[in-house]
Design a protein around this ligand. Structure first.
Ligand SMILES: *Cc1c(COP(=O)(O)O)cnc(C)c1O
Length: 415
């Protein structure tokens, strides 16, 4: 199915209608409302003539409507891929067992020795690590430029070597937002592919392909799955490029289990409802925090004070469910503030039904010293709050209660 024959299967264009119906194909065998979990490792043929019919299409080209072996594909996975493609307005999508699997597969498939990637400095830390270690071993170089500095980004492009320009929007933890039209134009002018990780935005808030971006990537573990119970990843884009990735997946072997795919598809149906609720709550929480005496700074693209507020407002229909902020205190009074909260669980990740909170100084950057963290802009008093779908009034009351107990002098300040 391509974007042309599915605007939520003719039922409407709204994000929630798309979330429920987009790309869905009713099961013709069992008349099941939901997509069956096709739990199989291989597929049978009625006779040799059917084998030959299949192979003719596979080898000489033709519309394949079945599979031969589960590493090459699975109907439960196809269904999820069609639905995500529809939400992103993409020709097609390819699903992986995790977000990292999506990133690593894309780079391993498209890049060769002597090629080069330009990425922004607040990209997901494991992605950056993969580029700087594994890809480096294969003779693939990475340049890292400050997020939001388009001139630095363009200057880092190496003619005929740079294959990818990679960034995220909004980024973690400062929720920076890239200017997508400008990025797409840069990519086209320098013949580099543009790749955008919009895990934090979801297609409910931002559809990068409409701006001319080549590939959109998600950790489906976050908002797509939406319930903190499954890992998955996806890349959406043009038909030919996605087909190449699907072929490579059949060789690399990083296939998603059909039960995992089912859980993500189930999560997708409530994507728009959840994300819109989270957008609203996050904006309220951000405004509340910004006006609180015990908070030093709030980072949320929906606030006028955010450096990317204008571009975010122009491009996005919502600002997402993650709010970062600095408590007026040191590392200890910040962790005490977190420990007193009753609603959010202390955990990495985001995008699920439960609110999650973390102090980046401990979670992603524990191996660095306070000074090393500061050098890359991670303050000890920084908190990342990933809103779930609890009521904003309750979340705000919880934050207020805990903030009221942060010592007025903020402890021994390091920031
Ligand atoms: C979580 C995350 C990833 C990695 O995805 P996994 O599903 O955990 O492998 C990549 N990018 C962003 C922005 C993420 O938040």
């Amino acid at each position: 199915m391509t974007k042309n024959d599915s605007i939520a299967n003719g039922k409407g264009q709204g994000a929630s209608t798309r979330s429920v119906h987009g790309g869905a194909e009713r099961d013709k065998g069992f008349h099941s409302m939901t997509t069956p979990i096709v739990q199989t490792a291989t597929y049978t043929f009625d006779n040799t003539a059917k084998v030959i019919e299949f192979l003719d299409k596979k080898v000489y080209g033709g519309e394949l409507d079945r599979e031969e072996y589960a590493r090459y594909g699975n109907p439960s996975v196809w269904s999820l891929e069609r639905r995500i493609a529809d939400l992103e307005g993409a020709d097609d999508a390819v699903v992986y067992p995790s977000g990292m699997s999506a990133v690593t597969s894309l780079f391993l498939t498209v890049l060769g020795p002597g090629t080069h990637i330009v990425m922004t400095d607040d990209c997901y830390r494991r992605t950056r690590q993969f580029c700087e270690t594994t890809l480096k071993k294969f003779g693939i170089d990475t340049s890292i430029v400050p997020m939001g500095d388009c001139e630095a980004l363009e200057a880092a492009i190496v003619p005929r070597k740079t294959r990818f320009i990679f960034t995220e929007t909004p980024t973690n933890p400062y929720l920076r937002v890239a200017d997508l039209s400008r990025l797409a134009e840069l990519g086209k002018r320098h013949r580099a592919l543009t790749l955008l990780d919009t895990t934090f935005a979801t297609p409910v808030n931002l559809r990068p392909l409409e701006f001319g971006i080549d590939f959109v990537l998600h950790s489906a573990t976050k908002y797509f799955g939406g319930h903190n119970d499954v890992l998955a990843g996806v890349i959406a884009g043009g038909a030919g490029r996605i087909k190449a990735l699907k072929d490579a997946r059949g060789i690399l072997g990083n296939v998603i289990d059909p039960h995992q795919a089912f859980l993500v598809e189930r999560g997708l149906k409530t994507l728009a409802v959840r994300v819109r609720h989270q957008n609203e709550s996050a904006l309220r929480v951000a405004r509340f925090l910004e006006n609180h005496a015990k908070i030093e700074r709030v980072y949320y693209p929906g606030l006028e004070s955010h450096p990317d507020h204008d571009i975010a407002s122009a491009q996005m229909s919502g600002f997402g469910g993650v709010v970062s902020f600095e408590v007026a205190g040191d590392i200890k009074s910040t962790s005490d503030f977190i420990d007193r909260l009753r609603i959010p669980y202390i955990a990495p990740s985001l995008g699920g039904t439960e609110s999650l909170i973390e102090q980046p100084a401990y979670f992603s950057y524990y191996d660095l010293s306070s000074e090393e963290r500061l050098a890359i802009g991670i303050k000890d008093n920084l908190v990342r709050f990933a809103l779930g779908i609890e009521d904003a009034d309750d979340i705000i009351a919880d934050l207020d209660e805990s903030l009221s107990q942060v010592p007025a002098n903020g402890g021994a300040r390091q920031v």
